[in-house]
Write a protein that binds this ligand. Sequence first.
Ligand code: IVH
Length: 694
Amino acid sequence: MSESNLPSAQTEQAQAATEAQALRAQLNRWAHEYYVLDAPSVPDGEYDRVYQQLERLEAAHPELVTPDSPTQRVLGSVLAGLAPVRHAVPMLSIRTETDIEASGAQAFDARIRRELGLTDADPPVEYIAEPKFDGLAMNLRYENGRLVQAATRGDGEVGEDVTHVIRTIRQIPLALHGSGVPPVIEVRGEVYMRGADFERLNERQRAQGEKLFVNPRNAAAGAVRQLDARIAAQRPLSFFAYGLGEVTPPEAGGPQFATHDALLQQLKAWGFPVAPEVCVVHGPAELVAFHQAMGARRAELPYGIDGVVYKVNSLTLQRQLGFVTREPRWAVAHKYPPQEMVTTMQAIDVQVGRTGKLTPVARLAPVFVGGATVTNATLHNVFELRRKRVRVGDAVIVRRAGDVIPEVLGRVEDGSVRRPYVPNFHMPRACPVCGSAVVREHGETDHRCSGGLFCSAQRKQALLHFASRKAMDIEGLGEKLADQLVDQALIHSLPDIYGLQVEQLAGLDRMGEKSAQNLCDALEKSKRTTLARFLYALGIRNVGEATAKDLARHFGTLDALMAADVDALMQVSDVGPIVAASIHTFFAQPHNREVVQQLVAAGVQWSDAEPAPAAQLPLAGKTVVLTGQLPTLTRDEAKDLLEAAGAKVAGSVSKKTSYVVAGAEAGSKLAKAQALGVPVLDEDGMRALLAPEG
Ligand code: IVH
């Protein structure tokens, strides 16, 4: 190397360093926009291009690699174990308010006012209300702005070092953004897995024949304790910040916050995700409103919560209130009734559904979960059952959330308990109801009874489906009656239902003359229907309520639909090859055509609509959300009207929502619409949209 080369080599080195720093800053900004703000400003391809540029640069200049480089999230070596970490400031827990009613929030406020010596004359206390995330508490230690250690809560005093896993979470900054970064700061929050990420992870496990995770919390807990960062990087974890641990004191250059809210705002500015639902509220009524609003939104939130947390907002008041043993007096967790409980699985039965599908059903020791006592829960299918590794006699986790049918999520793992031998569950070879052969088509997970409508279980289910509210809406035709009608051979095929006579019905169990007459009236009334309801009522495989509506709108008449080939069917929005094949096969069966003819001959009727090309409908392409009680329309009626006008009716409000139609006692959806600037209409406003001028 000649002397004269040296200065230019140095320049090149300096240039590379500057470039690497610029690329890292750029990538960190984009990653923050993408993972934290949910608002990417560049396409993924552009991110990848710059990332590869940085990788190349770092490969050519290994000395330039910094620990906070986005290329260094997944570290190579596999750990032998997790090292203990003593927390500089203990990680406390929050007192749980056992009263899950509104009075729980009122009791907390009353206690705070008493402790602070406030009288009725004093103004309401300011609180911050947060979701109680269902994940794992984490302490993230930053020194001079760089993430140096991540530790679990452990027993509150000593946790475990999981830095290698936490570094793989793209939402967590490896280096703090912006200014005012103190020499030492520990950020605390919850590591969790989003519902959608959990579903996708289990989808992958399923495809690979691997064991399924029981719920997002367990999946997150397993991922956090992974010794191999490369495996951890495959488990999609997320993070919400909600507090601090050790921090450089203000007199040594550390930050000073007046309120918890100000602290959260600063954490956001440093690059941490803070849940958008967090809000400042005043007094007990607003605490109650938050508890109720979050409870109502629980099912639609992208992450799991098991309650809400109230914290006194003023940090001065927090200090004044102090702690009782291990819990702060200034915070409380206000829970919701649990949606998951543990009970014993006593047996596995097999149920036959409307389309002949055989479902393994767990018989459970009764357990109160999700607001009801549950004794049966679905196990979905044999493969799912195997992957969950549940056997009769196991302690299992049962979930019941909202309207969803209760399901067995998995068993409670207890390595110390040796399980007695229990033979594996097998699907029966013959239908338990009709004895027909049980078949499983190639590539399908479901076993089916091949008996068709010969199978009384299928007849009963088909009848119940036909009569259900969203189908022909025959009031009074429930399970007990369907059982008798089929068992006493009064109904062999669907059209028989319209031949039933008052005298026949009156002879049945628990049926008087009067209820028999009511049922006949209901049958008569059900004949005036819509094409969409009729199609849905037929119980064609893979044709749900929404598809039936799309089909009716697209074809306009039953004849046009019945004449359609697979290609024509696939022209309908959201109808793919599988659904199209189901519909085509259904109408290709002479038996099914006969059923349709007989139903029409019995007087089932609807008025044919001109097939309106979807784009010409007044609300084509619009998404509408309904909330609260409208003055004259029920929720279903409003939904029908909107859909007939081409709108899509959605369950939750987002930036993409076109309108929110709000009635009395509208809750969080209205608030969210206002926050997002989505137009809000009342019932009259909605009607105006449906029938535009002219
Ligand atoms: S604050 C001193 N805020 O609940 C208060 N905790 O029992 C420290 N949690 O271990 C915690 N969501 O894992 C706080 N918004 C939230 C929370 C939350 C969930 C968990 C956390 C903690 C436990 C407290």
